[in-house]
Design a protein around this ligand. Structure first.
Ligand SMILES: [Zn+2]
Length: 306
């Protein structure tokens, strides 16, 4: 808590002190963009191309629900000309910081323009949004458009470049969306059940027609209860689920507890591989990009369930 207060105070000083943040890096010819999760970093690179310098705060394996801005992050945010974040309460502990930034510089949630009727609520909490929109690839196309618009606003001279990059990336996303649909459809319908540790895959399930069952809530801030573990274990036994999945940004203990209980009820389910949920993989690997992360998950799910 004390650290959080310190960061807020630092942010107040930094943003008050330097006025227009674009003055921090004058005349170096690129737009300085700060991003939160690493797949938003990837998005900024895809749309911004050579005109942007992107600094992402959260690397691979980082849980955005629990992430708090460090003093170093605060100066990165203060130096940026544009801040891109997920929104819908994804960065649950950065709300104050983002709100303060928004008064000083363009601070844009990439989910800003998504059609409200495509957004989901957290299961059991009608007033809480489910922020995991990136697992509906078609919806992520909206994030790409919003990113392009935000870049045009801070750098109107780059309009043609951003529009061109958007068109090219949008084609790739449409291909990826179709690919996801085709691949999930190869799993026999009765086996289309995705059991994971935290509730990140409802957009994926709705878009690609697979049932989603999670042990933990949408935010990893709440821990799974014994009742959660027993509920999911029973479902695994009843439906004959063969594989359950662990996530790169969540500790695997809860899944293991579920599997142990399911086996006591006669199930033979095993761990079907790791899924990327709230963070893409390492920089420089195929899974380090948004597209690579989705494809990795498709491979793991199809292999585990078919
Ligand atoms: Zn999550």
């Amino acid at each position: 808590m004390a650290r959080h207060v310190l960061v807020s105070a630092l942010l107040a000083i930094v943003v008050a002190g330097c006025g227009a943040a674009s003055q921090a890096n004058p005349n170096d010819g690129v737009v300085h963009v700060a991003t939160t999760t690493n797949f938003i970093t990837d998005l900024a690179h895809r749309i911004g191309g050579d005109r942007v310098d992107v600094e992402g705060l959260m690397g691979p394996g980082v849980d955005p629900h629990l992430y708090k801005a460090s003093a170093n992050d605060v100066s990165t945010l203060a130096d940026a000309e544009l801040v891109l974040y997920g929104g819908l309460e994804l960065e649950g502990k950065m709300g104050d910081v983002l709100e303060k930034l928004d008064r000083r510089k363009p601070t844009v949630a990439v989910t800003r323009d998504m059609p409200r009727d495509r957004l989901r609520a957290e299961p059991g909490y009608e007033d809480r949004p489910d922020p995991h929109v990136w697992f509906d690839v078609d919806l992520w196309r909206s994030a790409a458009r919003t990113t392009a618009e935000a870049l045009v606003e801070v750098d109107p001279a780059g309009r043609a470049t951003y529009k061109r990059n958007l068109r090219a990336y949008d084609r790739r996303l449409r291909t990826l969306d179709a690919e996801a649909r085709e691949r999930i459809a190869t799993i026999p319908e009765g086996r289309r059940v995705l059991v994971t540790s935290h509730d990140a895959f409802h957009y994926f399930g709705a878009r690609y027609d697979i049932d989603v069952v999670a042990i933990q809530g949408v935010s990893t801030a709440t821990e799974a209860t014994t009742a959660d573990v027993e509920r999911v274990a029973k479902l695994i036994a009843d439906r004959g689920v063969r594989s359950v999945f662990v996530e790169s940004s969540v500790p695997p203990q809860t899944i293991e507890a579920v599997l142990a209980s399911a086996r006591r009820q006669g199930a033979t389910a095993t761990v079907g591989g790791e899924l990327f949920a709230d963070a893409a993989g390492d920089d420089g690997t195929p899974e380090g990009t948004y597209e690579g992360m989705i494809r990795h998950n498709l491979d793991a799910i199809v292999e585990g369930l078919r």
